[in-house]
Design a protein around this ligand. Sequence first.
Ligand SMILES: [Zn+2]
Ligand SMILES: [Zn+2]
Length: 432
Amino acid sequence: MNLATLMACATCRHALTEHPEGNRTIYRHPVTEDRHDVVPVAAHHVPQVFNRCHTCTTSEPVWNYRTGRIQIADLTTGVLATYNDQWHVCYRCAHFIEADDSEALTAHCAAAMLWPPHTAEYTVLRTLHRGIVIGREGRTLLTTTAWPPARLTADMLPKIRDRLTRLLHSPADLPGPLNDREQRQALANQLDLAPMYWINQEFTDMVNEVSSAQPPATITHDLTASPAGLLAWPEPVGRDRHLAAVSWTPHRDGWHLIGYRSIGTALDDDLMPALRHDIGWLTPIHAEHLIRRTTIDGRHPLGPLITTWLLITQQLAEAVPAKLRKSTTRAYRRDRRATPDVRIVRIKASNTTTPPPHTPAPGTGGPAKPDHRFWVSGHERQQAYGPGRTLRRRIDIAPFLKGDDNLPIKLSTTVRVLGSRTTEREGNTEGS
Ligand SMILES: [Zn+2]
Ligand SMILES: [Zn+2]
């Protein structure tokens, strides 16, 4: 489920606020008293969407504050203006709100709009801000913010993980599908113990190159690199290059997967430490409950994770323990926590191809050697075993990249394996 679809009004191009009403979501303009009905569409269909802080209108919003519906009466004219009950607020304005400093909030916003103090507009603004600061009932992290990406390193992973678990433990709300308090605690506790994987640049380039053409793969325990984990790429991957990391944790009948966008240096220097403290480096953009044996191809929003797992399973890549900074390991020891388990995943240094499981050895009558590498689709096989090989069991052959490491990758051809229902002897397969 995508958590990061920004909605905008097709008529006025303003980003909209979401108001859950029973099972549906109602969309409203930032200020409800507008002259036209809202026409909600996904923002990527609208050119030049206006997605700015509702209070200062200068920066992109980060938090959604909830209040009662705010109305302000003008005592001289008798006009009652209705505003809203949800406020998309930028990080700096949120900083003022969290400090209960509505005067500073008004001064900042009025200055941004060039409204001098002691004017009628200033007074209205001040009243509105007081209503937000005093009347706020909670805040939700907006997952639609277009953060510039961060460059993530293996060294950073323990801190990135700890900030994520802190966010999960914090009173701030997350998008509905991730907000169940019990599940948030359980997820944070699982991530605390999970190994962390950092994919090196060379392997990331390869994942980006081959992921979109990756054939459907069946998700099983054999495929996931470990029962739970947090995996990050140095720079975002995927079709739109937004996916910076994915976590997976075991769930009743499968796994709970969350995809994250990274947060680069996005704010003025004075705000960055607070941002790293409050939110950290990762913001969820996709959540998925994967039931065991679901099949996923490379076009899925979390496809790059599946491709990464496949290439690890195929032993094209290897995971080696990362050497962490002394200060990191010392800090963990001080807190009586186990040393964080960070693994660097890199392409195996070898000039000879490790034969993927169940492919013919060279010279066994297989087809002529190809001059490029290509995906071979996954399939099931009935494998003979037991006394006299009379018994059969189903085994999964995961999709794999075929061909020598030094060959170019050609992705227009995915070879479909035929005869997947045939029976064969253990360790000996037909060609593909
Ligand atoms: Zn509109
Ligand atoms: Zn603002």
